[in-house]
Design a protein around this ligand. Structure first.
Ligand SMILES: Nc1ncnc2c1ncn2[C@@H]1O[C@H](COP(=O)(O)OP(=O)(O)O)[C@@H](O)[C@H]1O
Ligand SMILES: [Mg+2]
Length: 307
């Protein structure tokens, strides 16, 4: 069945709900072994994109292929190749932790000893062995997410699709999921497509990010390269502007943004802005930090910049 090694190819992908184009025509690919992150605010169309790729919702127009298989024509085959961790918790509350895995394994024709072996191995992997007999209702949010990750791995997928895998989790649970995703890539070469609205998560895990807003792709690239090209090295944030400071910044030619009484000044090479402020306004309140993907996003999707 595997005629094509490209994990994901989407062309002109559109999803309409009535008048709303939740996904308004996007093109992208995910290469073998790559980790690609879809970033964007709530309502950007990330989940809808994931649902089309994983054959959970019909495609309005355009095509999506998973390992060369057209999602519209071969939903069952596509689903066999995928591990999916949906955004919403859809664990079965009537079953224990382990039983949730065993039941899910059956969908893939995995039963008996083999199902038990995989379930126990995965419970170890996500550090839930001691909760094997616990009812789902007894699990914390972080435990449920870990169990959903384990469930997504039962069929030994070649492509793992994670829709907001760590939203709402505490730092420990988030880092455990990050570690597991990294290990799956390193040890088994699993290809990963994830969505997140945490820029930090995308920077940590992804080889490439795709920024979405309003059903469209705004830009894509390697996280560091995007930061470098869109913002630069440093951001200087200044507040409680002393007399003359805001005028100085506006006249400087530096790219900057003004919002809620705060100035965000982009420093392409680093040190230039900070040094100038130190020289001319040493008493000005400010902090200097590295530019992040979040700055890229606010620059592109957020408030208008005064160039
Ligand atoms: N089943 C649905 N029916 C109608 N509108 C929907 C449905 N699912 C999502 N939407 C709308 O599509 C848009 C994109 O949603 P979604 O893909 O969930 O975004 P994201 O995952 O980026 O937060 C939103 O405006 C949302 O309200
Ligand atoms: Mg979503």
């Amino acid at each position: 069945m595997l005629t094509n090694p490209v994990p994901v190819e989407a062309r002109g992908l559109i999803k309409r709900y009535g008048d709303l184009a939740a996904v308004a025509g996007i093109d992208f690919e995910v290469s073998l072994g790559e980790c690609v992150g879809f970033l964007g605010p709530n309502g950007a169309g990330k989940t809808t994109t994931v649902k089309m790729l994983t054959c959970f919702t019909p495609i309005t127009a355009g095509t999506a292929r998973v390992f060369g298989l057209d999602c519209a024509d071969h939903p069952r085959e596509v689903k066999r190749l995928l591990g999916i961790c949906p955004q919403e918790d859809n664990l079965d509350p009537d079953f224990s932790t382990r039983k949730n895995l065993l039941t899910y394994a059956r969908y893939f024709g995995i039963t008996g000893r083999e199902a038990a072996r995989r379930a126990d191995e995965l419970l170890d992997l996500v550090q839930l062995r001691d909760k094997a007999g616990a009812n789902i209702r007894e699990l914390s949010g972080g435990m449920k997410r870990r169990l959903m990750l384990a469930r997504a791995l039962l069929n030994e997928p070649r492509l793992l699709v994670l829709d907001e895998p760590t939203t709402g989790l505490d730092p420990q649970a988030r880092h455990l999921i990050w570690q597991r995703v990294r290990a799956l890539r390193a040890d088994q070469g699993v290809t990963v497509l994830l969505t997140t609205h945490y820029m930090e998560e995308a920077s940590q895990l992804c080889d490439r990010v795709i920024l979405m807003e309003g059903g469209r792709i705004l830009l894509e690239g390697h996280p560091d390269a995007l930061v470098e090209s869109e913002v630069g090295r440093e951001v200087v944030e200044a507040w409680e502007a002393v007399p003359g400071f805001a005028e100085f910044v506006r006249a400087s030619g530096w790219r900057h943004e003004e919002a809620d009484g705060r100035l965000y000044i982009h420093d392409v090479t680093g040190d230039v802005v900070a040094a100038a402020i130190q020289g001319q306004f040493p008493g000005q309140q400010r902090l200097i930090r590295r530019a992040t993907l979040e700055d890229v996003f606010l620059h592109r999707a957020g408030r208008a910049l005064k160039e």
